[in-house]
Design a protein. Structure first.
Length: 218
């Protein structure tokens, strides 16, 4: 397999920590053509930065969702609720789900708030909800949106991250014919085992069943 490198499309990026001192790197060239050094690049749909921070990727996802929310708002008066929900799953939830098990661990949950806010806007449009906060009900808007998520089988971005991570871990373990509970107890101790099954319990998932089925969109 003869691999030909296109120097005009190639980029180079040096990974470092946020506290690392500046280092001079020797310029890299291929066949006499210099390779551009970049601080961030999109690779297979995921934006990587030289510090391996997911802030930029989350920002770009949130911007993409805002555009989709605008399109959904434009279509909302012409589509019934069932079709608006299908549009939500196709253009908003699918965008959130893409590689979320990688970038969803961005650190503090607050870093995912831009995506969560766009998600809540979309849900309000899909189900024709109004912001009850304007009526003076403290926390009413949050409670109304949360109940709508639960009633319609939808998950927030935080729960989608937990769900996809658990599913991928379970898939990898089943591939090696290992028991999920015994694996985590032997490798990470009972503390992480307790945390994992607590999260599974929150998602109403049969943790000790080797066959797990999730329905995110109906």
């Amino acid at each position: 397999n003869i691999l030909l490198v296109n120097s005009t499309k190639s980029k180079i990026m040096y990974f470092k920590t946020t506290l690392a001192a500046p280092v001079h790197h020797t310029p890299v060239s291929i066949l006499g053509r210099p390779i551009e050094r970049v601080q961030s690049i999109k690779f297979l749909g995921v934006t990587l930065t030289e510090t391996l921070s997911w802030d930029l990727h989350i920002k770009l996802v949130a911007q993409s969702l805002q555009r989709s929310v605008g399109a959904l708002r434009h279509l909302s008066s012409r589509l019934p609720t069932c079709l608006r929900k299908s549009v939500y799953c196709a253009f908003i939830q699918s965008r959130i789900l893409y590689a979320i098990s990688v970038w969803g661990s961005a650190g503090r949950e607050s870093k995912l708030l831009p995506i969560f806010r766009a998600q809540k806007k979309a849900v309000r449009i899909v189900f024709g909800l109004r912001r009850v906060r304007s009526l003076g009900v403290v926390g009413g808007a949050h409670a109304q949106t949360k109940s709508t998520f639960n009633a319609n089988g939808l998950l927030s971005v935080h729960n989608l991250y937990s769900l996809m991570t658990i599913m991928e871990v379970n898939r990898d373990i089943l591939r090696h014919r290992l028991n999920l509970a015994n694996f985590f107890r032997s490798r990470f101790g009972r503390n992480l085992d307790y945390q994992l099954f607590s999260k599974l319990s929150e998602l109403n998932c049969p943790a000790r069943n080797t066959s797990i089925t999730f329905f995110v969109c109906r």
